[in-house]
Design a protein around this ligand. Structure first.
Ligand code: ACO
Length: 372
């Protein structure tokens, strides 16, 4: 097959008011707000409001949204039973099954109106952290912890993972990580959500597609691959040899390169700092130091810049999160962007149906002997 046509590189597939990326300057805006201004200044809940409803909330709107999210966090008992019954699997496989199942229990399952879909966006964003925390607890042979309505999204998620009140610095870091991962224009998982929504399939169908797409190591799964690589490298002084050997073997190094950015991903800049600070606080910057050494080696060899997944690995590790749950945490945040894009798709819908250039055999006739 001819190479080079795949990937839809630089193809504009829709108009969108949600997210702008300047790949040359390394800038990322959510509805006009620069990510570097949002991170550390607004909470994940405020970003959700911005993505879904077009603007940052007033104090009253934020209070209302926080209340609705807190109220929607608890899972239907059938979902917990399902999580207990499923065979052990990669968490992203379990998560996509659970997201699909949440659709069956949704109180507005058969209502695809805009207000119902907005409520589904809020419910899914509230429920996915509860699913991920329950999965992590069950994975460790522990019972799931019920959500607390007095905590924000980031604090409640960490609380449900551990069954104990998280430290303020960790809550702050988790909240910032959720803000940074919330949306990124037509990345692969968001595109798949929009393709599904464009058939007028329901919100849960679209988000199930998105979770399935996020899992791959070329996309959201890269943060887990980065952590496995850091563990394998072991110490910063071995990073240069590792990079040289991997590149010589024609391997891609997870956490580097991007389809859109031609300079450093602005999220990586913020996560680099977070990774360092959390590592120091946890008493070891080993994985931060190895990441820095890998970054230096790969820049010298190929002039490649880090993407969002590079420093999210050591950041989550310093927070004590098991590696297999890094990509589900990405989903906890990105569901806000996916659902915002699905709402936008429904509002200006046209079926997404590209063409393929046919390069197979010319017209053939079935031989008379076939099927004899
Ligand atoms: N390691 C080594 N070389 C790389 C890397 C990498 N991580 N990324 C790109 N390159 C090289 C390619 O080998 C190619 O070099 P060549 O022209 O000499 O052959 C060139 O850079 C262009 O790379 P492509 O693969 O064509 O770029 P594409 O836009 O198709 O892929 C992708 C982008 C998938 C992100 C790629 O950079 C990659 O595989 N990175 C590693 C996985 C990763 O970190 N994914 C997360 C992305 S961010 C996100 O989804 C949340």
């Amino acid at each position: 097959m001819a190479e080079g046509k795949g990937g839809l590189e630089d193809v504009v597939a829709c108009d969108s008011e949600i997210c702008f990326i300047d790949g040359k300057q390394g800038r990322l805006l959510y509805r006009g707000y620069d990510i570097t201004e949002l991170a550390g200044h607004v909470s994940f809940e405020e970003v959700c409001h911005l993505l879904w409803y077009g603007d940052l909330p007033s104090a009253e709107q934020l209070k209302q949204l926080r209340g609705r999210l807190a109220e929607a966090r608890a899972l239907p008992p059938g979902i917990i039973q399902l999580l207990r019954a499923l065979p052990p699997a990669r968490p992203m496989m379990t998560l996509r099954t659970a997201v699909s199942a949440l659709g069956l229990y949704d109180p507005e399952r058969d209502d695809n109106s805009l207000p119902a879909c907005q409520r589904k966006a809020e419910r899914l964003t509230a429920q996915i952290p509860t699913v991920v925390a329950a999965m992590a607890r069950l994975h460790d042979g522990k019972d799931p912890v019920a959500p607390r309505s007095d905590l924000g999204e980031a604090a409640n998620f960490l609380y449900m993972m551990r069954g104990a009140q998280p430290e303020p610095l960790q809550v702050e870091a988790m909240d910032m990580a959720l803000v940074l991962h919330a949306d990124h224009e037509l990345n692969a998982s968001t595109f798949s959500a929009r393709v599904t929504a464009a058939t007028l399939a329901d919100m849960h169908a679209a988000i199930t597609s998105a979770v399935g797409t996020l899992e791959g190591p070329l996309h959201g799964g890269a943060n887990e691959e980065v952590m496995r690589m850091l563990v394998k490298i072991g110490t910063p002084d071995k990073a240069a040899d590792f990079v040289r050997d991997a590149l010589a073997a024609g391997q891609k190094i997870s956490g580097f390169g991007h389809r859109v950015y031609r300079t450093e991903d602005p999220r990586a800049t913020i996560l680099r700092r977070m990774s360092h600070d959390l590592g120091e606080r946890a008493g070891s910057t080993l994985y931060y130091d190895i990441t820095r050494a890998v970054e230096k080696a790969i820049f010298e060899a190929k002039k490649l810049y880090p993407n969002v997944d590079l420093y999210s690995a050591s950041t989550y590790n310093a927070m004590g999160i098991p590696t297999d749950f890094f990509t589900p945490i990405f989903a906890i945040s990105r569901v806000s962007g996916w659902t915002a894009h699905v709402l936008e798709q429904y509002a200006h819908n046209r079926l997404i149906r590209p063409r393929a250039e046919y390069v197979g055999p010319g017209l053939r006739h079935v031989p008379a002997t076939a099927g004899a």
